[in-house]
Write a protein that binds this ligand. Structure first.
Ligand SMILES: C[S@@+](CC[C@H](N)C(=O)[O-])C[C@H]1O[C@@H](n2cnc3c(N)ncnc32)[C@H](O)[C@@H]1O
Length: 380
């Protein structure tokens, strides 16, 4: 994973953490700022996803957990044990503070939630002492599309920490819609009251590493705090699905949850990415446009991973494995100890197809206004 982009992202989220003294203040701000309708919808979608796909879970692993904005969703879903992992030490600190507040409110519950800061999720193997019933990644999988190696490392880490049959799910901006947005702007930059998106890729977008800056006003991606916004990478559905399959993860197409279905685009019923369907009539239209960039994804671990993994994967590791202090940065929080297994290279299935864009995505990706005009005129 590219260290420079990690640094940028860590800095961005460090600056956005700890904006409020208490969760109460944070919730009050969430319900009053200009992006309040977007935050409400996005939180409802996360809540319903968690209820549907982790409602039976005793243990959940949340990758890129941020400042613990989902703590009450986990509590309300009856999840007893959660490990949250994030790049930003400041966000992780705040998650710890929020959890302490939540525990004080519900002392009768035996909750075991812990949070750890590390840049390793897309860099090397991260193996927890025992697999989890569910793994989540909310509004963050796009950071791992920086390179094929980072995405594979990340999905390897997802899969080795997920029980067979467990769900890996979350929310992510759809690269096609981000690209559409950029093309609708001027000079590869779309600017509007609530949403700014600026392409940082050259030429046509690729499967990996097509960077852009996204800033949604009054949210953690915003540019108000000294960065340009969040540095992200295009996520193409076909790439996500193809690479995930190499790690035993198959898309779930039918969520079987009418409550959640009402908040998602019905046109995506049979698709692996299901776009949010916002309606914010009182807000600037650019807030809806920002929300429509996002989609849910759900994968189920339907095939054993690593291949033939009836045998626990750590058995294949070198003799130097074992319970050790994590080798992440010095800012890491105290946490349950984990097993470090090297070498870290993910073991995607042999002979797996190389990720490539579908024809539709490719056309979309290479589409420039002039080409679009040409196609329109040639159809007349
Ligand atoms: C938009 S926030 C989402 C936070 C949280 N999941 C939520 O839904 O509220 C994105 C988070 O991804 C984290 N992140 C970005 N790149 C990461 C990486 N390589 N490893 C771990 N966390 C990362 C950021 O630090 C940030 O907290």
């Amino acid at each position: 994973m590219d260290r420079q982009s990690l640094e940028y992202t860590r800095e961005h989220y460090n600056k956005h953490s700890n904006q409020f003294a208490t969760t109460k203040e944070a919730l009050a701000a969430r319900s009053s700022g200009p992006s309040a309708p977007l935050k409400k919808l996005h939180n409802t979608i996360k809540r319903l996803l968690i209820k549907r796909f982790a409602g039976q879970a005793d243990r959940l692993l949340d990758l890129a957990c941020g400042r613990g904005g989902d703590i009450w969703k986990w509590i309300d879903a009856g999840i007893r044990q959660v490990k949250g992992i994030d790049l930003s030490p400041h966000e992780v600190d705040e998650a710890g503070t929020r959890f302490a507040e939540a525990r004080a409110k519900r002392p009768e519950l035996e909750l075991d939630y812990s949070f750890v800061a590390t840049p390793e999720l897309g860099l090397s193997e991260w193996k927890e002492p025992a697999p989890y019933d569910a793994v989540t990644c909310m509004f963050a999988a796009h950071y791992f599309f920086v390179s094929e190696a980072a995405l594979k490392q990340f999905l390897h880490n997802v899969s080795i920490n997920l029980v067979q049959g467990g769900y890996f799910f979350g929310t992510v901006p759809d690269g096609r819609r981000v690209n559409d947005c950029v093309l609708a702007g001027q000079g590869m930059r779309f600017h509007s009251p609530m949403l700014t998106v600026e392409a940082r890729w050259k030429g046509a977008p690729e499967c990996f590493g097509s960077a852009y800056i996204c800033a949604i006003g009054d949210t953690v991606t915003g540019a108000e705090k000294g960065t340009d916004g969040s540095l992200e990478y295009l996520v193409y559905s076909s790439v996500f699905v193809t690479v995930a399959a190499q790690f035993g993860l198959e898309p779930v197409l039918d969520y079987d949850t009418p409550e959640l279905g009402r908040l998602l685009d019905p046109a995506d019923r049979a698709k692996p990415l299901k776009h949010f369907a916002p309606r914010f009539p009182q807000s600037d239209p650019s807030l809806e446009r920002a929300s429509r960039l996002f989609a849910t994804f759900v994968f189920q671990k339907r095939r054993p991973y690593p291949a033939g993994a009836a045998e626990p994967p750590q058995k294949r590791a070198r003799a130097d494995e074992g319970e050790q202090a994590p080798r992440e940065d010095a800012t890491a929080q105290p946490t349950a100890r984990r097993r470090i297994v090297k070498p870290a290279a993910p073991r995607a299935e042999e002979g797996a197809p190389a990720p490539k864009l579908t024809e539709e995505e490719r056309l979309d990706a290479t589409r420039m206004p002039s080409i679009e005009q040409h196609l329109r005129s040639s159809r007349r």
